[in-house]
Design a protein around this ligand. Structure first.
Ligand code: FAD
Ligand code: NAP
Length: 312
């Protein structure tokens, strides 16, 4: 039996793994469907982690995290967790997508969040063929070409600047005049001559053919439209939490969540179910920052150590 199962290997999961194993817990497995690192690995620059003054891309920033954890005995199982259920003896069963199961005394859910779809015509049809949610992954395909970016949050503004370094021009489409992005980020983008702001505007349609996107129809609040002849559009319209692991077979949540499906936790990262903890972007009121996700992971791991000492 595992002492601890960590689900998700982003900043929260990796920090939980480090604190659990370095805190002396044996048999700790982090279930991560892909390479550890989480969503920050798709970021082009990471410059707000305290103590790391060098600006790094997300992949380089996260690389040492797993190395550090594995040194203390954390094991990574590359598997997708379908769901978690509680057993009558208060242990948990981890159901993997290949049908296998593992039993653990405690679980920390660190499954984070994933990009939302914007909902315009052609988005699904051309996803991966001109519609993207990752500038570091796909930006290079548009070297010296014009592209569009949709959204007005930190991700859209930061990634628009990253794309402006590669592409000949970036159209930044945002549905209103105010921005969620931090003022300092916005200010830099406004000074970038390669970025043209199209405000009070939405994407009406993305069109193309078998080879991919050929253009984007932008619709303004005043009813006018503009046809951007671009081969690519990057959408950064927010995130949905990944909470499927805490649903039972009937689709009912096994612990308390809020109306957005974020897991309700207390300051120890305990959920409403004893032995089940949550950390990072998946929890209520998450600031959605690497530093806070990592801190949550550390708090959750320390709580798990106390929980196991008291209950098993
Ligand atoms: P995530 O990073 O989302 O990690 C969750 C992990 O769980 C993923 O690796 C996923 O594969 C795995 N997973 C999910 N479900 C399952 C399952 N069922 N089975 C197995 N594995 C599963 N924050 C900053 O502080 N500074 C920044 O500059 C910054 N820039 C950003 C730029 C971009 C483009 C994006 C998208 C985000 C940025 N953020 C930034 C936010 C930051 O990345 C997140 O707040 C942080 O990664 C959250 O960490 P997490 O561990 O909670 O979740
Ligand atoms: P976000 O802050 O939720 O912003 C989403 C943006 O998309 C908003 O401007 C929103 O417009 C717009 N939008 C939403 N749905 C839309 C639709 N259907 N069509 C058109 N536009 C739509 O998302 P995010 O930028 O991905 O950021 C997520 C979190 O990560 C935030 O907490 C952010 O601060 C954090 N993050 C931090 C950093 C950093 O610290 N450097 C970097 C990236 C992300 P409205 O504003 O009108 O609602």
């Amino acid at each position: 039996m595992l002492n601890l199962a960590i689900i998700g290997g982003g900043p929260a999961g990796l920090a939980a793994g480090l604190y659990a194993t370095r805190g002396g817990l044996k048999d700790v497995v982090m279930f991560e469907q892909g390479m550890p690192g989480g969503q920050i690995t798709s970021s082009s620059e990471m410059e707000n982690y305290p103590g790391v003054a060098t600006v790094l891309d997300g992949m380089s920033f996260m690389a040492p995290w797993q190395e550090q954890c594995f040194r203390f005995g954390l094991k990574h199982e590359m598997a997708f967790v379908q769901r978690v259920s509680q057993n009558s003896d208060k242990t948990f069963t981890i159901h993997l997508d290949d049908g296998k199961t593992q039993i653990a005394k405690a679980v920390i859910v660190c499954t984070g969040s994933e990009p939302k779809r914007a909902g315009f015509k052609g988005e699904d049809e051309f996803f991966g063929r001109g519609v993207s949610t990752c500038a570091t992954c796909d930006g290079f395909f548009y070297k010296n070409k014009e592209v569009a970016v949709l959204g007005g949050g930190d991700t859209a503004i930061e990634e628009a600047q990253y794309l402006a370094n590669i592409c000949s021009k970036v159209y930044l489409i945002h549905r209103r005049e105010g921005f969620r992005a931090a003022p300092i980020t916005l200010e830099k983008a406004r000074k970038n001559e390669k970025i043209e702001f199209l405000l009070n505007a939405v994407v009406d349609e993305v069109y193309g053919d078998k080879s991919g996107v050929n253009g984007v129809i932008v619709k303004f609040k005043d009813g006018s439209t503009r046809d951007l002849k671009v081969p690519g559009i990057f959408t950064f319209v927010g995130l949905n939490v990944r909470n499927s692991v805490i649903k039972d077979e009937a689709g009912k949540f096994i612990c308390d969540v809020n109306e957005a499906g974020q897991i309700v936790v207390n300051l120890k990262m305990q959920t409403s179910v004893p032995g089940l903890f949550a950390a990072g972007d998946i929890r209520i009121d998450a600031p959605k920052q690497v530093v806070s996700a990592a801190a949550d992971g550390a708090v959750a791991a320390l709580s798990v150590i106390s929980y196991i000492e008291a209950n098993h």
